[in-house]
Write a protein that binds this ligand. Sequence first.
Ligand code: CP
Ligand code: NVA
Length: 301
Amino acid sequence: MNHFLDIHTTDPADLRAMIDSAAAMKAARAGRPKGTPDDETPLAGHMVALIFEKPSTRTRVSFEVGVQQMGGAVMVLKGDEMQLGHGETIADTARVLSRYVDLIMMRTFEEATLLEMAEHATVPVINGLTNRTHPCQIMADVMTFEEHRGPIKGRKVVWSGDGNNVFASFAHAARQFDFDLTFTGPEPLDPERALDGLYTTERNPQRAVEGADLVVTDTWVSMHDPQSARERRHNQLRGYQVNAELMAKAKPDALFMHCLPAHRDDEATSEVMDGPHSVIFDEAENRLHAQKAIMRWCLGV
Ligand code: CP
Ligand code: NVA
């Protein structure tokens, strides 16, 4: 059984096959209304549960639409409306859901919750974001880069800002897809030590982006961060804003990505988000195609 829990724990050849499959599925249904099924409907007869313990727009909608395009059925479960949020164990929830559904996608806080769900489920489990990682997002990001610029192998990706969960999955992807990753941000917001060796650090953002093929950022305050940290983080990160001046230091054809939701004119200016380097809405769309490939891989269909 294939769980999709993290990029570094998934075989690089499988990851590559998923990106290629996503691109092929995207091309095959280009221009059709979003609600029409694909020519192939490999999820026919399959029921998928989506569990959200945190808010979501892209993850929820892209999984729901993706399952439907592939002929499956989907249900969305909000954590606080489940018994899980009222004392039932994760293990029992995993065992019970496995009797009703064929695939579980979970967005949660602690990574341990996701891992416990996977340990006790008898159906595949997909990581829809934890405090530590966001692998589905980075699959879409790799797909988006390659759609615009060809193979990501050997390219230079620069992350400017908080060393957070989305960065962690980029670091995992750097190893599996063999690209160079540079982190630029303030020391207190460095990525966790477990990622050492997967990226290089350059504190000066202007120097960091020299030669970059892709510049990426994310919100300065993630969903699991205390709101009380907001002002301090803004002060720490202001110098790492991705603006036109910073993008001008990257390669002339560098791309700009942001997983969204964005706080416009904090971590990136609207000028960059809506400017010629930006592929943020292709990136959002590709969540759909990438996750369809991930679900097929999980189910072996
Ligand atoms: N990028 C992303 O995961 O967005 P949502 O929080 O809207 O799902
Ligand atoms: N780092 C952000 C990503 C949101 C998709 C968060 O965890 O809130």
